[in-house]
Design a protein around this ligand. Structure first.
Ligand code: IMP
Length: 450
């Protein structure tokens, strides 16, 4: 089964990194196909914790090729700091390849993301403020700077100048906004409040300095820059297994998620073709990853959200704080309406359910099996209309909980009957087998069901 896609089935943070790391044992190549450093994968290996934002989780296997595909948006500063961090930890990055066609997140994209969110105020999307949306917007506008441009100073200068030109007005406004915020903060607290825009470059970028800086990034990244689509074809045509690792998740998909509260790329499995440069028939298996409950960070509809104590309990037991932004996640019950939608959209072959151990001591358990609109209509399918989804409430099936530590379970029979029944209910409802279950953060804390 050479082409395997791993995709998030909910709103992200499902623990895809750990599953990719496990499935990577059978692969030669691991490819990320979308997103940027808005993602965060945490892998615990031999007691050491690694957090990645851009580099595919497979990097810990020194014999595998790790690819950042053309569909990813790359902030070169973040990438280089991840490379440096891995080197410091003694992990080789010799097998890291970056698509020459991937687009760059430039300093002005970060600024525009921050300014856009600030301007939206209470209607903000809750982006990671990493410049993802503006970078993809420039790509679509054909004003993007690509990884290969880092290798040619003349082209780089011309392209940055062209990209900056239409942003001057917004950047000028941002400069004014920034001064105003500084002043307000200073007046209110005599300078004690941190500037909300601190840590970002000057809103009026210096073209010359930016070009110089990026040329130096190019020098450092050059050994890794490659034609990564060809690299995937060679592996696939040679019968090797290639894993295509999605970031974010199905319900954050730009086309199929809860727009506009979504990310600016397509995490769904089909997007692996465009984001890596392969054909649809190169994909032979799709794995969906879902947590045993649901979480979401940022704004947007969340029909099974828990506002009471149980939500807090899940957040604390599951350490539900963002790897990228440190934000506290919103938590809720498992949503089978959303999961079934994700199963079909991605045409999943298998599911991995992560963090089942977190539900220990929380019972009875509830799973959403339908929604009800505010007018009282029963909704069996994930509603396509935003107003219906925003006001829908979830209706639940109640299942018995379990109150034992699952951390040492390694075989299906080690799991309590209630936990197995919970998994069985999910698999039956969505019509896809659950093949792998996570019972703790460490690499070996999993139960293979099939
Ligand atoms: P952006 O991708 O930074 O533009 O953010 C858009 C939305 O996607 C926001 O609600 C973010 O919180 C959410 N988001 C982006 N990346 C992730 C992720 O890796 N996990 C969970 N949510 C994410």
């Amino acid at each position: 089964m050479p082409g395997v896609v791993i995709v998030g089935a909910q709103w992200g943070d499902e623990g895809k990194g750990k599953i990719t790391d496990l499935l990577a044992e059978r692969a030669t190549t691991i490819v990320r196909y979308q997103g940027g450093n808005n993602a965060g994968h945490t892998i615990v290996r031999d007691g050491e914790t690694f957090a990645f934002h851009l580099i595919p989780s497979g990097i810990l296997h020194s014999d595998k090729t790790c690819v950042i595909g053309n569909g990813v948006v790359v902030d070169p500063r973040v990438l280089l700091s991840e490379i440096d961090g891995l080197k410091r930890a003694g992990v080789s990055v010799a097998n890291l390849r970056i698509s020459a066609n991937a687009h760059l997140i430039m300093p002005y994209h970060v600024l525009l993301d921050q300014a856009g969110e600030t301007k939206l105020g209470k209607n903000s999307i809750g982006t990671t403020r990493r410049g993802i949306g503006p970078a993809y917007a420039d790509k679509a506008l054909r004003l993007g700077i690509r990884v290969q441009d880092l290798l040619d100073e003349k082209i780089l200068r011309t392209k940055i100048r062209a990209a900056l030109e239409p942003k001057q007005q917004a950047l000028r406004e941002l400069s004014v906004q920034r001064r105003k915020l500084r002043k307000e903060a200073g007046e209110e607290t005599k300078g004690a409040t941190p500037d909300p825009l601190d840590g970002v470059v000057d809103p009026r970028p210096d073209l010359h300095a930016m070009v110089e800086e990026h040329i130096s990034y190019g020098h450092r990244l050059e050994p890794h820059i490659a034609d990564t689509a060809k690299l995937c074809w060679d592996a696939l045509d040679g019968g090797e297994t290639v894993i295509f690792e999605g970031a974010q998740a199905t319900l954050l998909d730009l086309d199929h998620g809860t727009y506009p509260f979504v990310t600016s790329s397509n995490p769904i499995a089909g997007a692996a073709t465009v984001g890596a440069g392969i054909g649809p028939t190169d994909i032979s298996e799709v794995w969906g990853i879902a947590k045993a409950y649901s979480t979401r960070v940022g704004a947007g509809p969340f029909p099974t959200e828990l506002h009471e104590e149980i939500g807090e309990q899940i957040i604390e037991q599951g350490h539900e704080y963002g790897t990228t932004t440190g934000r506290k996640r919103r938590a809720g019950w498992m949503d089978l309406v959303g999961l079934r939608y994700a199963v079909r959209l991605n045409r999943m072959d298998a599911l991995a359910i992560t963090k089942l151990d977190v539900l220990s001591g929380i019972g009875p358990l509830r799973v959403a099996v339908r929604y009800r609109s505010k007018e009282g209509a029963v909704l069996e399918e994930f509603p396509y209309h935003q107003s219906i989804l925003h006001s829908a409430s979830a209706e639940y099936e109640e299942l018995p909980g379990f109150d034992v530590d699952l951390g040492d379970c390694r075989a299906p029979e080690d799991l309590p009957t209630e936990a197995r029944d919970y998994l069985g209910f999910i698999a039956d409802y969505v019509g896809v087998p659950i093949k792998l279950v996570g019972v703790g953060p460490a690499r070996d804390q999993v139960v293979w069901l099939d």
